[in-house]
Design a protein around this ligand. Structure first.
Ligand code: SF4
Ligand code: SF4
Length: 213
């Protein structure tokens, strides 16, 4: 297996496969919308920047954790990295165990990265009055994005995407730190995979369209 499309196909017919498929569809929509938003507002990360991942441990849902765990187990197949994620359980402040200085986007699981990683520095928020605003990422010292924007009412904000994400999670309303959540899903997926025949599956193309780390 070497793509998320292939992962979804491999787990088709299981609760995990359906959830991965729904999450991938949501991520695709978000990718399209945030790419357009960033282009329209001249928002970009600094070249080679990945500083947010060094100071951050994402808080993620069960569905997000399952996709990251599946990517690690069946696409990366990197037991040392899996061990590193497990060792990060209990860490709430970062750095993220999936941060990798030597890759273009500094993320070891870039195609399966969680929602917050897709939106940080690339999306508007609601301010305390409910207005859509964009604030420059505090680590963007190169100033490759506007410092502050006030936006119209039609702009989709981070809270809207978070709501859509939560609507995919039927098992739990609670999000957890990435180290804890992914470690738990790794064990569950290993068990599920042992029940399935994952060989001879098709391998659809799944090229990521990156925006930010
Ligand atoms: S959001 Fe972009 S500019 Fe800000 S730290 Fe992350 S990669 Fe760098
Ligand atoms: S983008 Fe990747 S390395 Fe960075 S915080 Fe998210 S999962 Fe971790």
């Amino acid at each position: 297996m070497d793509s998320i499309g292939h992962l979804c196909e491999a787990f088709k017919g299981t609760y995990a496969g359906e959830a991965m498929d729904a999450l991938q569809t949501l991520y695709s929509t978000i990718e399209t919308e945030t790419t357009a938003f960033c282009k329209e507002n001249e928002i970009a990360c600094g070249p080679g920047c990945g500083t947010c991942c060094e100071h951050f441990m994402p808080d993620i849902t069960t569905t997000e954790a399952r996709l990251v765990a599946a990517y690690l187990l069946f696409i990366k197949k990197d037991e040392a990295l899996i061990e590193k994620v497990k060792e990060s359980a209990g860490n709430t402040t970062g750095p993220c165990p999936l941060y990798c200085f030597n890759t273009p986007y500094h993320c070891s699981v870039y195609p399966s990265r969680p929602l917050i990683c897709r939106l940080f520095g690339a999306c508007a928020n609601h301010d305390k009055n409910g207005n859509a605003v964009f604030r420059r990422c505090r680590y963007n010292v190169e100033k490759t994005m506007p410092e502050f924007l006030t936006l119209g009412g039609e702009v989709t904000v981070m809270q809207d995407y978070a709501y859509l994400l939560r609507s995919l999670d039927q098992e739990s309303e609670e999000a957890s730190m990435l180290g804890d959540a992914v470690s738990s899903q790794i064990e569950q997926l290993r068990f599920l995979a042992s029940m399935l025949d994952l060989s001879d599956r098709p391998n659809p193309d799944d090229t990521p369209n990156p925006i930010a780390s």
